[in-house]
Design a protein around this ligand. Structure first.
Ligand code: MD3
Ligand code: FE
Length: 205
């Protein structure tokens, strides 16, 4: 089965100046809602990616309560900051969905970080796509199909790239195999931010 129907890649969607403005907005979010160390459900094994969110809901995970969306930061217990306007505009432009995103998950990858193959299935509304923005160093990404063992395609995600995951691709397995250090000068500290915009609830529910 092909995921190509719902997988839309928009390489270089954000030009360099727009990437710089987006990073500034993300740093403002992180000043209010610091990156924290997520842990796997049950085992408590720490993930190598650091996370935070903006929006009315944020995706979090810890040993005791597992994967979920919640309205407050797990450490500060404050509401998440608002989603920056540039990201709401992005959603309006590419999502093809009649309601705004509720969550923007911010993942930070150091050079050693990766993300194992998984599906994004904690949302109530799979009719809405996931919209992803990459900022900073390149990363090798894989996407397969709805089954864990379906054949995978690998590609490089670069700074400024946007990917829209809808249709068949919405529930495809995917992950980040490795970082390619030193491939971008956008972030002084190196590494990579990935932003994923998501609709969590069905509009009007
Ligand atoms: C394909 N993030 O946060 S973004 C995640 O680069 C996540 O941080 C990765 O997977 C990252 O859940 C990949 C691209 C992406 C996002 C969602 C998808 C690809 C996807 C959902 C279905 C299929
Ligand atoms: Fe994912």
């Amino acid at each position: 089965m092909s995921i190509s129907q719902g997988f839309r890649s928009l390489p270089g969607y954000f030009e360099p100046a727009a990437q710089i403005r987006l990073v500034e907005a993300i740093r403002c979010v992180i000043a209010d809602a610091p990156l924290y160390v997520p842990a796997m459900p049950k085992t408590g094994k720490q993930m190598s990616v650091r996370m935070t969110n903006c929006g009315s809901l944020g995706w979090v995970t810890d040993k005791e309560r597992g994967y979920r969306y919640q309205a407050v930061h797990p450490v500060t217990e404050r509401p998440w900051p608002a989603i920056p306007c540039a990201l709401l505009d992005l959603w309006s432009g590419v999502a093809g969905y009649p309601a705004p995103p509720e969550a923007c998950l911010i993942n930070y990858y150091s050079h050693a970080a990766r993300m194992g193959s998984h599906r994004d299935a904690d949302e109530q509304d799979f009719a809405a796509p996931v919209v992803s923005v990459s900022l900073g160093d390149d990363a090798v990404f894989h996407v397969g199909g709805p089954g864990r063992n379906d054949p995978k395609t690998r590609m490089t995600l670069r700074s400024g790239d946007v990917v829209v995951l809808g249709g068949d691709a919405r529930l495809a397995y995917h992950g980040i195999d490795k970082m390619l250090p030193g491939t971008s000068s956008l972030l002084g500290e190196g590494g990579r931010f990935n932003l994923t915009l998501r609709r969590v609830t069905k509009p009007g529910s």
